[in-house]
Design a protein around this ligand. Structure first.
Ligand code: HEC
Length: 125
């Protein structure tokens, strides 16, 4: 085992086991984009281009690119996930952590709010 392998392992995993909690002020931000047909269509389009590979086509966190990731890509189907505010979910998509990329410079804020609206439709429990 080379030293660089140990170091990169550390960089990838350090701190990521902690629960990921959005700051309170960000969690309280209201979603300015109504979850109408247009927003849900936009959200779905983004999800099926950028997110499914890790989070799975139905949002169960079982996408092929996420296999073996620690921590695993989140499941959006659970009430544990869905109990968060729109603001908290928006903040996580914007900021990212570890293998979860920051989408602040990839998607406009309107697009990010629309993905939040779409994630709401994936709830199953
Ligand atoms: C390369 C794989 C990958 C892609 C692509 C990806 N994610 Fe993630 N995502 C992750 C991982 C891994 C986590 C868990 C991160 C952590 O807890 O440190 C995560 C976590 C999240 C969370 C936080 C879940 C929670 O439990 O609160 C949200 C929200 C999220 N992703 C949304 C998205 C959206 C929306 C997209 C597409 C725009 C996306 N992700 C694309 C890997 C990915």
């Amino acid at each position: 085992m080379h030293l660089w392998m140990l170091l990169s392992w550390h960089v990838i995993t350090a701190g990521d086991q902690e629960p990921w909690v959005a700051p309170e002020n960000s969690a309280q931000v209201k979603n300015p984009v109504e979850a109408g047909t247009k927003s849900l269509q936009t959200g779905k389009k983004i999800y099926t281009s950028f997110c499914w590979s890790c989070h799975g086509t139905t949002g169960m966190g079982d996408g092929p690119a996420g296999a073996g990731m620690v921590p695993k890509p989140a499941a959006f189907t659970t009430s544990e996930f869905q109990n968060q505010t729109d603001g908290a979910i928006f903040w996580k998509i914007s900021e990212g952590r570890g293998n979860m990329t920051s989408y602040k410079s990839v998607l406009t804020s309107n697009e990010r709010w629309s993905v939040v609206n779409y994630l709401r439709t994936l709830k199953t429990e």
